[in-house]
Design a protein around this ligand. Structure first.
Ligand SMILES: Nc1ncnc2c1ncn2[C@@H]1O[C@H](COP(=O)(O)OP(=O)(O)OP(=O)(O)O)[C@@H](O)[C@H]1O
Ligand SMILES: [Mg+2]
Length: 206
């Protein structure tokens, strides 16, 4: 196997970061043969920083769709070229390199189409990027997700109506793309959510 590329995606507050941490810990203890790169999008690179700034400062969830799509794609290109692909490609005979990525192009497709861009255009712009071996979409009702992140300062996209739109696109993802996508019910306790993911990962790792 030439490395293993795992993505966890979903709406804000769906539990991605918690699940990525649990997955990281699980894989780290499972075998000394695994080398793990745990990473996220947007990155801390120049484009990622521009994105974060826009998400903090702008208030209208409908604004800047084209600009954001462009920045996310540039950020992703760098992320793949500088970090993800070299790491996966250097997986050797005696070790398996695993990338865990918190958000990927599924978010760009869901968010920027919810902002009004044509979904086929966004999919086309992301076609050239490496497909994950498996991608998990954590699914939860936006009202629950918002309760979970109530303690944090709200970003541009963290509004109920907008999140409902994004969720609908995430749920359509397996029909939109030929990727290996698993929709996971993340309204349950984290341990239950994780147990589902683990089942799929164990099946791949044998
Ligand atoms: N299944 C769950 N049950 C209860 N609480 C949860 C669950 N999943 C996550 N949480 C809690 O909800 C909050 C948000 O979770 P987390 O940061 O993992 O979400 P996220 O998807 O990474 O959000 P964001 O997209 O904003 O980064 C955290 O406080 C976390 O502990
Ligand atoms: Mg997170």
């Amino acid at each position: 196997m030439k490395g293993l590329f795992i993505v966890v995606d979903g709406i804000d507050g769906s539990g991605k970061s918690e699940i990525v941490k649990m997955l990281h810990n699980y894989l780290f203890s499972k075998s000394k043969k695994y080398r793990i790169l745990t990473t996220r999008e947007p990155t801390n690179g120049v484009y990622g920083e521009q994105i974060r700034k826009m998400l903090r400062q702008e208030k209208d969830p409908g604004s800047s769709s084209e600009k954001l799509a462009e920045l996310f794609i540039k950020d992703r290109e760098q992320h793949l070229m500088n970090a993800i692909e070299p790491f996966l490609e250097s997986s050797g005979k005696h070790e398996l390199n695993i990338v865990l990525c918190d958000r990927y192009y599924y978010s760009t497709i869901a968010f920027q189409s919810a902002q009004g861009m044509k979904i086929n255009d966004i999919i086309a712009k992301n076609k050239r990027f490496r497909k994950p071996d498996i991608a998990f979409v954590l699914d939860v009702e936006p009202s629950i997700a918002l309760e979970r992140i109530a303690y944090r300062e709200k970003e541009k996209f963290e509004q109920l109506e907008f999140m409902e739109k994004i969720r609908k696109v995430f749920l359509k993802m397996p029909r939109l793309l030929k990727d290996n996508i698993k929709i996971i019910d993340s309204s349950r306790p984290l341990d239950d959510v994780f147990r589902d993911l683990k089942k799929y990962i164990d099946r791949i790792l044998g």
